[in-house]
Ligand binder design. Structure first.
Ligand code: F3S
Length: 755
């Protein structure tokens, strides 16, 4: 599927010299993460030390992957750069918009009808700009990336939080927002704070019902949902080498649940086996030739405590299966304690649905282990007592599993095979339920289990486990069942036990597929038309933002002085608005509707200074925009924390807000604002926040001398005729000032391509 062997060989050819240089500047042996990161510096050969947890570093990723929901705005932005082709190999995967209702075939057709305009846009834009397009039904982004594109030692970004799945193949793969993807595809550097490192030393070997999934369920219990923030988790030790490549993928995938930047395993024979079985023997050969560069230096393995910011050890031989939840993935229960926890907490013991598969757990090994449990049930005359669904991660896995009789085994106990898509994992699930408000339990082999995630019901208690445990529980229909110790009553009243699952790591007859669902882009896309219906309410082509007018910015109206927490969700709400994420005008109708107005403690109620009446924030801003009047948003501490959602920066820019002035910014949002050509300013003296009145008209002066480290001045014209003025800081560097002057970062690229 067009994985780029030359690109991979190029990475390997550069790596050795860069790692040597990094070792020199750092002055000690390097971990695997450090090797890959220092080998991917934007500047090329490393010449300085980047401090973990402190330094912001520009990187040059090898690939970009996008899922269909986040790809829309990423690609609309990318089109602004005016490039004929993407700067790095990139792919789009149609997986998030397919709703599970009755079964794979019908659900896929419904999704194609319902999302036609989005799919047509993504297919045509991919075709035009040299992007690989994976059609709806082809599979889930992370599984498809693992099967086709991930390679040891690579650096990839993806517009989805479970992008780290590719760490199972020794790649540093990091989830980002659409703006980052658009930048990298446009040929810009990608910035990341040098992560801290958590080492996880695995000893021993899994046995019985324990699976790779249980490693990360256990780690999540140890580190909690925040424990990995700002860190890359590196797994190593003989236990790591005993895990299959796809098992490693599962562990890295769910590292997102501990907040980790990403997770990674070193290159080993199991990865080589996986590469060979997915028709990439030449990648395995190339990787094996630079084997030492794809693992930490031996000194690190000999004394890991000296190289990681935190070190954890786990003996796989002692690891029990785990069940995590409900409502959070870090509430970790060993199987032997789980039944008691269910009883003590009064969680509904009757299991209503067991769901296996998803990007987290749908490898051939996962399928065969779960099927070995299902097969015993069928043989021992038991049908699954709970509903049971199977979500294959890709058509490659689905086709192969069907060929090998695995899907038929699931169906024998009542399993329903869903489309190769996210489906119930992302709430795309038309669950059949009598009363959605009834407390109920489900268990999945997915990764997230926050309230409402799967079926939108806050009363659903969702638990997470391995596919084999989910299958055993679905068969028993009971959360207090322990397959290691308990019996089940079969259809003829006999008490039977389930034996330990048996898995097959890779299909003995090889993988097979008729139509993987891949569409290669046109060799020359210059004549390809990007399909966007001008009447669409879901998609809208972007117009470049206007360049700075070259003068001070005066006469701005105060749009809102936000009080307290103002996250990206307050600025650009999710939920029903996500439907419009490809239509900037429509989604801008959620601008700041969650922010609390300092002057009346209400959300979405601000004073329209032109008429003196209160109205909704977006509507008020649209009045200013219609009259050609700019505005300013004032905020409190850590403004824009939360996600990397680029809409939170694009919407105010689109509606004519000229500056965001706050006590402090969340860094990613601040950078996003700069990229959109917005002024992101902070009070030099935080108490100046109090000087801002509801009826103020505001000037920003000093812009002609706009320079790194030089403050700007804010002048407040109060309604009573008095004025106040104070200085404000900014963190723009030379290049970012150019973004501001040009109107956006992408405008600069377009200009450079046009000239
Ligand atoms: Fe999709 Fe769920 Fe994975 S939403 S990408 S299957 S985490």
């Amino acid at each position: 599927m067009a994985f780029d062997l030359d690109m991979i060989k190029g990475v390997y050819a550069r790596m050795g010299e860069r790692i040597d240089a990094a070792r020199q500047v750092v002055g000690r042996p390097l971990t695997l993460t450090e090797k890959i990161l220092y080998a991917h510096l934007w500047e090329g050969t490393p010449s300085q030390v980047y401090e973990r947890g402190k330094s912001y570093v520009d990187f040059a990723p090898d690939r970009v992957a996008m899922q269909d929901a986040t790809a829309q705005m990423a690609l609309l932005q990318f089109m602004q750069a005016g490039r004929p082709q993407v700067a790095v190999p990139s792919t789009v995967h149609c997986d998030h918009l397919i709703q599970a209702e009755v079964g794979a075939v019908q659900d896929l057709q419904t999704a194609k009808d319902r999302n036609r305009e989005v799919y047509d846009f993504l297919a045509s834009v991919s075709n035009k700009y040299g992007i690989g397009f994976w059609k709806p039904g082809a599979g889930i982004i992370h599984q498809v990336v693992l099967e086709n594109y991930a390679f040891p030692g690579g650096l990839m970004i993806g517009t989805d939080s479970h992008t780290p799945n590719a760490g199972g193949l020794g790649m540093i793969a990091i989830g980002v927002g659409g703006a980052d993807a658009s930048d990298v595809m446009s040929g810009l550097a990608w910035e990341l704070k040098m992560p801290k490192l958590i080492g996880v030393k695995l000893t021993g070997k899994l046995s019985g019902w324990a699976a790779a999934k249980d490693v990360i369920l256990w780690v999540a219990g140890q580190l909690t949902v925040k424990g990995g923030t700002g860190c890359i988790v590196e797994y190593f030790g003989e236990g790591a080498e005993s895990l299959s490549c796809t098992g490693k993928g599962t562990i890295c995938n769910m590292g997102a649940e501990i907040g980790a930047t990403t997770s990674i395993f070193a290159y080993d024979e199991r990865m080589a086996d996986y590469l060979r079985s997915t028709e990439r023997a030449d990648v395995a050969e190339a990787a094996s030739a630079v084997w030492a560069n794809l693992r930490s230096d031996e000194e690190v393995y000999a004394d890991p405590a000296g190289y990681y910011d935190q070190l954890i050890e786990l003996d796989l031989s002692t690891l029990e299966p785990h069940i995590n939840g409900p409502f959070t993935p870090d509430l970790a229960w060993p199987l032997s304690k789980f039944a008691q926890a269910v009883r003590e907490n009064n969680w509904p013991a009757r299991l209503e649905v067991g769901l296996i598969g998803s990007c987290t757990n749908s490898s051939y090994e996962d399928m065969t282990r779960a099927a070995s449990v299902a097969a015993q049930a069928a043989k021992k005359n038991i049908k699954a007592k709970a509903e049971y669904t199977i979500t294959p991660g890709s058509e490659l896995v689905r086709y192969t599993a069907e060929r090998d009789g695995i899907l038929a085994t699931f169906e024998e106990i009542g399993g329903v095979v869903l489309a190769n898509a996210c489906g119930p994992c992302i709430g795309q699930w038309a669950r059949h339920m009598d009363d959605p408000s009834r407390a109920n339990s489900i268990i999945t082999s997915f990764n997230r289990n926050f309230a409402k995630r799967n079926d939108g019901n806050s009363s659903t208690h969702a638990f997470v486990a391995s596919p084999e445990i989910v299958t055993a529980f679905a068969i028993a229909g009971d959360l207090t069942f322990n397959p290691v110790t308990d019996t089940i009553t079969n259809e003829v009243g006999m008490e039977v036990m389930l034996d330990e699952p048996q898995g097959i790591e890779l299909p003995p007859q090889g993988f097979d597929v008729e139509d993987a669902g891949y569409q290669a882009p046109a060799e020359d896309g210059s004549l390809v038309e990007v399909l966007v219906d001008p009447n669409s309410d879901r998609l809208q082509l972007l117009e470049p933002f206007k360049a700075w007018e070259g003068t001070d910015i005066t006469g701005l109206k105060l749009l809102i002085k936000a009080k307290g927490k103002c996250t990206t969700d307050h600025i650009s709400m999710a939920g029903p608005w996500l439907k419009y994420r490809g239509h900037l005008d429509n989604i801008s109708n959620n601008l700041l509707i969650g922010a609390i107005n300092y002057f009346n403690d209400k959300s979405n109620t601000v004073k329209n200074q032109l008429i003196g009446e209160y109205g909704e924030v977006p509507a008020t801003q649209r009045v200013y925009k219609a009259q050609g009047i700019g505005s300013i948003v004032v905020g409190d501490e850590n403004y824009g924390e939360g996600s990397s959602r680029e809409h939170a920066a694009m919407e105010p820019r689109f509606l004519g807000v000229r500056a965001i002035l706050v006590k402090s910014f969340a860094r990613i949002h601040e950078t996003n604002l700069k990229k959109q050509g917005m002024l992101a300013l902070t009070f030099m003296n935080p108490s100046d926040y109090d000087l801002i009145h509801e009826d103020d008209t505001i000037d920003i002066t000093g812009l002609q001398q706009f320079a790194p480290g030089e403050p700007l001045t804010i002048v407040l014209h109060h309604a009573d005729g008095t004025t106040d003025s104070f200085q404000v800081n900014h963190t723009y560097n030379e290049q970012q000032i150019e973004w501001f002057k040009a109107g956006s970062a992408l405008n600069i690229i377009r200009r450079s391509i046009e000239t």
